[in-house]
Write a protein that binds this ligand. Structure first.
Ligand code: DAT
Ligand code: MG
Length: 150
């Protein structure tokens, strides 16, 4: 639906490498509507909840340490098929497998430094928006939508 929401997050390497504006610009230009945005210095507890499905993986401690290495920028983008389209814009989990033209395919090389996060399903997105924003997103009419949706 046109009101589907996804949680997109610029990871610490993306912030340090100056890719925040680039990532926001891609979602804006694609036609998505920004409904929440914040820089967070996340706690270990929050990251362990965010990545709860991966806690048994051998790389989990390294993943959490990396995500704690600096602030991240979280945002909620709304629009048609936002979750699946957002994932397509990010590229594959392993940047080496990401097509050029995707964020990871343009800006990253290794899986442990893959620049950005995107929710993998509508239910996951709602869970993550709850975790990071307490579910609080902005409601407003975006006038350019008339030129994006027929
Ligand atoms: P995605 O971020 O594409 O949703 P995921 O949810 O499976 O991928 O994993 C979350 C993050 O964990 C991923 O962005 C990078 C890290 N990761 C995943 N698989 C990894 C691996 N095999 N080695 C090291 N880090 C990995
Ligand atoms: Mg994931």
């Amino acid at each position: 639906s046109t009101t589907e929401q996804t949680y997109i997050m610029v990871k610490p390497d993306g912030v340090q490498r100056g890719l925040v504006g680039e990532i926001i610009a891609r979602f804006e230009k694609r036609g998505f509507k920004l409904v929440a945005l914040k820089m967070f210095t996340p706690s270990k507890e929050l990251l362990e909840k965010h990545y709860a499905d991966l806690k048994e993986k051998s790389f989990f401690p390294r993943l959490v340490a990396y995500m704690l290495s600096g602030p991240v920028v979280g945002m909620v983008w709304e629009g048609l098929d936002a979750v699946k389209t957002g994932r397509a814009m990010l590229g594959a989990t392993n940047p080496l497998a990401s097509a050029p033209g995707t964020i990871r395919g343009d800006y990253a090389l290794q899986v442990g430094m893959n620049v950005c996060h995107g929710s993998d399903a509508v239910e996951t997105a709602q869970h993550e928006i709850g975790l990071w924003f307490g579910g609080e997103v902005n409601q407003y009419k975006l006038s350019r939508q008339e030129w994006i949706y027929e």
